[in-house]
Ligand binder design. Sequence first.
Ligand SMILES: [Zn+2]
Ligand SMILES: [Zn+2]
Length: 345
Amino acid sequence: MNRRLPVYLLIDCSESMIGGGIEAVRAGISAMLSKLRVDPHALDTVHLSVITFDAEARVAVPMTPLLDFQEPHLSIRPGTALGAALTLLANRIQTEVRKTSQDTKGDYRPLVLLLTDGQPGDDWRAPLSRIGAQVRPRPANIYSIGCGTDVDYSVLQSITDVVLRMEDMGPESFGKLFIWLTASVSSASQGVGETNDGKIKLEKLPDNVEAVTGKAAPLEDGPPRQAFLRARCATKRFPYLMRYRFDTMVGCYQPVKAHRLSEEDAQAASKGHLPDIPSQLLNGAPACPWCENPGAGSCGNCGTIFCSSPYAMTAETKCPGCGNMLKRNHRADSGEGFNVRQSGG
Ligand SMILES: [Zn+2]
Ligand SMILES: [Zn+2]
């Protein structure tokens, strides 16, 4: 039997990936597949698996030969359970990867590509021993790629030696990243990149990706860098996601942008639960991406956050969550002290 090169893509599907990030990853996987499928070495050896993580980790695609691989549907949900993802990875490697025995050579050392853009929300230290983070040579080659500007690189450095940074999260940037990942997988599949210590030699990095060298400082404790609130358009009832960023100077969350959500993603996301955040910590709201209403309020009856216009104080608003008629607007920045359900990733 052929020696296989198991490749695991560990993909952060938390809410911070919304706004192009997740679509770019989908497109990247798709481009990677079509490229590797015409590469005879890769076709012969590469087996691909996708593990996603948000509030929990799940196997989106178990280890599959390239030709049979079906692209997974990736959806955005709250949470960044990196620890759960590492535990699941360790379990999958344990069951899927063939070990070398006396008379057969097992699979090549798995190549793991971890893509994350935030701070882990669970215990990621406990599973480190399971993935052999302290063992040399390591049971798997893990490369972590931090995307965006809110990554805790000290965490990634505890997981693996090779930590890369890609600050720009635009589709073009992800495109270059996946071209590079594909080339690295391809050369790993030829075995030429495997050095004496068992590490895979990486292809030359694209200009938008840099290696993080030197010890990264941990992000200071305190509130999470980003916060996400789910809302519904009061005019059209469609769901959306408000993104906030913590402003350490002012000590509150500033609105960044609101993103349209599909009904499916809105349903998927209602499962995770995070502690409420007091509305006093929110400095206003981003405009509704469906109707451009500039503010937001919260229904006292069902807790739904909805878009509102500060200029329509007299008009009655129908809560898009429970249908109650609300007499007046409660703007998120009115300081009235309601708690809003956080939905963070
Ligand atoms: Zn609206
Ligand atoms: Zn309501």
